[in-house]
Design a protein around this ligand. Sequence first.
Ligand code: ADP
Ligand code: ZN
Length: 731
Amino acid sequence: MSTQEYFDQGELVAVLTTQPLDRTLDYKAPEGGCFLGAYVEVPLGPRKVLGVVWGPGQGGFDLAKARSVIRVLEVAPMREEMRVFLGKVADYTLTPMPAMLRLATRAPGLGDPPSMRKIYRMGGAEPDRMTDARTRVLEVLRDYGGLAFTLKELAEQAGVTPSVVKGLVKQNAVREEDSPRDLPYPHLNPDLPGKALTEDQALAVARLQDGQRTGDYGTTLLKGVTGSGKTEVYLEAVAEALRNGRQALVLLPEIALTAEFLTRVEARFGARPAEWHSGATMTERRRVWRMVGQGDAHLIVGARSALFLPFRNLGLVVVDEEHDTSYKQEDGVHYSARDMAVLRASICGARVILASATPSLESWANAEAGKYERLDLTSRFGDAVLPEMKPIDMRAEQMQPGTWISPSLRQAVQQRIEKKEQSLLFINRRGYAPVTLCRACGEQIACDHCDARMVEHRFLKRLMCHQCGETKPMPEVCPSCQVEGKLAPVGPGIERLAEEAEATFPEAKIAMLSSDLFGSARALKAKIEEIAQGDADIIIGTQLVAKGHNFPKLTLVGVIDADLSLHGADLRAAERTFQLMRQVAGRAGRADKPGQALLQTFQPEHPVIRAILSGDEEGFWKAEAAGRQAAAVPPYGRMAGIVLSGPEVGPVFDIGNTMARNDAPLRDVGAQVFGPAPAPIARIRGRHRVRLLVKAPKGAPIQDAIARWIAPLCLKGDIRLTVDIDPQSFY
Ligand code: ADP
Ligand code: ZN
């Protein structure tokens, strides 16, 4: 990396742009020169594109032909640590740098001069004549002593039309000013009193704060059952970071969780933090991006891509629910936000806290190996105790066809209804029924574009493909045999379970919680709030409810199909089931009433189910770790998934075969390649998909090897290749 920090006007600079080019481009520094890392606008053909000054120009061409940087954007230059971070993520994930830069600049209009708006204050001059309306405007301004209003606010406060205010402006009785929209975020006060901590919590806080004060990199796995106060504890680490003048970032896996978190931050620090997620407006994203870069946003709560904000002085990253699979981005740049958080922190000397009730095996193993510090919160706060967990052996239950609530579970729910407590029925399947079958010919209705069955959604009155989102109306006749009236739903989804619950418990109030039933994050949040207040006897939920919401009146969790995710071919199937079941069970009995979790299963003797029931976590992890070690799979070996896709299956397979034959670069580092094979979902959106899997020993430099392996390929036509390092899912 260059050490030259500043370039005079006319000097050649190399600019990394957001355009898909495999190199930087040379431009002449503009009038006034520019700094290394400056965000600039440069001409590319007829267009203007965004770029960053990456170093001195390469030269080697006719300098008279060099074009100039159009302008330097008025934002803080990209810091060196950010350039290093982007470069390392690019190397790790085999992503071209322009795509990294796009990820780091996802705030539209980030370089435009701050947009202005008109604000109004007291002017001083006396208006020529007073009216009631005018008096009211001046009174409002006087009452709020010096405060500025927007036109709309002022007119509303005074109960006048905007033209009254404008009239006063003409007479200088009211002053009109321009004010930037992108205001700094309110100051957070770390010294407001926090909650009185339990002994366990206080110990963990002390360790985290000591770490925070060192100013050096370090990662801590904060493990504690749901409700043990992990959030309270890491907020105290945030407080310490703020006291030390450093920025903190809290990553949450789900936007629906931010609302509760924002309230808690406000209670602790007296103001709300900046938010970064897909639900934020363009203006808000721009404001966050700029303020983070200027150091005028001190705490950011966000989704995984917040990791790529241009922090000025990042001191702490919290990854809450660190085991959550949504931290892995699986389109565009394939990265794990948890792993990249650790990378970023190690570059800029920040601390990382990975919080979870059920950590990933990766993090557990890193703690075992001493790479991460581990802190455990062992008991729930207050009198709340972990729920009792019991299996319901479905082989012994008398089930009516087309029903999923066993008599034993029904009885348990009934008891809760009588005691006015809440029950949660958990099923991890959206829609009404996963399969629509023709009883005449056996046809299962499939998506026209994907190798996937269509899921019936009664709520939408349509069939939907969960791969591509395509929907179609439920046909009257079977598309295959043309027989009418023989199409039948098979298997349960959340909507069908709700129907069964309504029929079984006619007097109960039932609420459904599934991400697709709400138009917006706000609507979902409102619903969760209502339920938490007690406005439901039975909650029917998908995975969404497993994630950290507080339902104080909930004392029973019934898991409809505990075996469901055990059948996956995924190497993490056991781990996922274990985490999900424990998380769901952890929803019960959070306040003062003890909870119970009942797991409907056909295989109560399965080791994973047994581990869940006995609560022997360390035992489960040790066994799981031993199994993966023996198979040399992550975290004890390395993997990469390659997916080739294209409109015709033949050419896609040809490339896959060529790759498999020419595997010398992989063999050089001790890696093996498996495949090509049709991907588990062999067609998505009309594109045929073929997978190869690379397996390598733990320390092997697989990125280099893969880069050398794929470099000679020429992908013709519409064939695409994606590389997923450390794949989390294998579809
Ligand atoms: P976790 O993040 O581990 O699920 P939380 O931090 O959300 O746990 O704590 C669970 C509940 O207990 C929250 O309502 C929280 O405010 C409360 N709580 C935890 N610790 C304390 C404490 N020391 N004093 C008061 N309330 C606490
Ligand atoms: Zn589809």
